[in-house]
Ligand binder design. Structure first.
Ligand SMILES: [Zn+2]
Length: 296
């Protein structure tokens, strides 16, 4: 499925094993690019043995099944940076790659008003099976890529995760075009927020429409726990639901992201204590990003 540019070493062995899984899509890029692009909710596909999880086809076209447009933005951005991208191949309704393996919402029985019949009787053994077959290969491949890229560039790889959000949630129109989600590491999120705010036409959510502090999610595992600079970018789905829209928004993000990635602060491993579970929601306006809360 992929050719590895550096054929030796344990990292590549791990990478190779996980890349064989059909749970991941890998888009080739320079290992020394300094940034890895991830898309946790790239696809609404399901493995044949699961059918449609008992859902009518229209439900699988909705945001509950995947992040509409996010895969196209991810691939386009990675191409612009000559960087690798890793995407999931199956729907979050099968198992959510952006939740911890012990998270109660890992396999959803109900999502935004839709009951998922194929998950109703998913017991612990079935969930464990989905973890091993579809969740762990993606997480392992992402971790191995980050390690491999860090070696290739001789500096810690930054991680950019692309998601998309539905324009209307429970009757409320969401005003942002883009949201940046982050836990406590302000290095990349802060710089990118400042860069995006140069455009007066853009309304950028700071930890909106969701809070980025979540124990066990992909950014928690790779960023918070491993000390790699990271940011999760949410783009509103109606802006990127066509290939042309996705390409245009990848274009809008490219220069601000390149400027943010040029920041020296991201080229080191630093640990920031997670806010998850504390209820604290710091904003960059009230936080001095030049003196981060370094704990290790
Ligand atoms: Zn998502």
């Amino acid at each position: 499925m992929t050719r590895l540019s550096r054929p030796h070493g344990p990292t590549n062995d791990l990478l190779r094993a996980d890349m064989i899984s059909d749970a991941v899509e890998y888009q080739e890029g320079r290992r020394d690019a300094g940034v890895l692009f991830l898309c946790d909710h790239a696809s609404n596909a399901l493995p044949a043995e699961y059918g449609s999880l008992g859902l009518p086809p229209a439900e699988l076209e909705r945001h509950i099944a995947f992040d509409i447009g996010a895969a196209d933005v991810t691939r386009a951005l990675a191409r612009r940076f000559n960087a690798p991208a890793l995407l999931t191949r199956y729907s979050r309704l099968l198992i959510d790659p952006n939740r911890g393996a012990d998270d109660p919402t890992l396999v959803m029985r109900l999502s935004d008003g839709a009951v998922i019949p194929g998950n109703r009787h998913a017991d612990a053994a079935e969930i464990a099976r989905r973890v091993e077959q579809y969740w762990r290969p993606y997480r392992n491949a992402a971790a191995a890529l980050v390690a491999d890229m860090t070696t290739a560039a001789d500096r810690p790889a930054a991680i950019v995760s692309l998601h998309s959000f539905t324009p209307v949630w429970r009757g409320n129109q969401r005003p942002w075009q883009i949201g940046l989600l982050w836990d406590s590491d302000p290095r990349l999120a802060g710089e990118l927020l400042r860069e995006l705010q140069r455009d007066p036409e853009l309304r950028v959510g700071d930890n909106e429409p969701y809070d980025g502090a979540l124990v066990g999610d992909t950014m928690y595992q790779l960023g918070t726990r491993q000390g790699h600079a990271h940011v999760l970018i949410e783009v509103r789905q109606d802006l990127i639901d066509t290939p042309a829209g996705a390409e245009a928004w990848a274009g809008k993000l490219t220069q601000p992201l390149a400027n943010a990635l040029a920041n020296d602060k991201i080229a080191s491993i630093e640990f920031f204590e997670s806010r998850a579970g504390t209820g604290r929601r710091p904003t960059l306006q009230t936080r001095d990003v030049s003196t981060p809360g370094r704990i290790a």
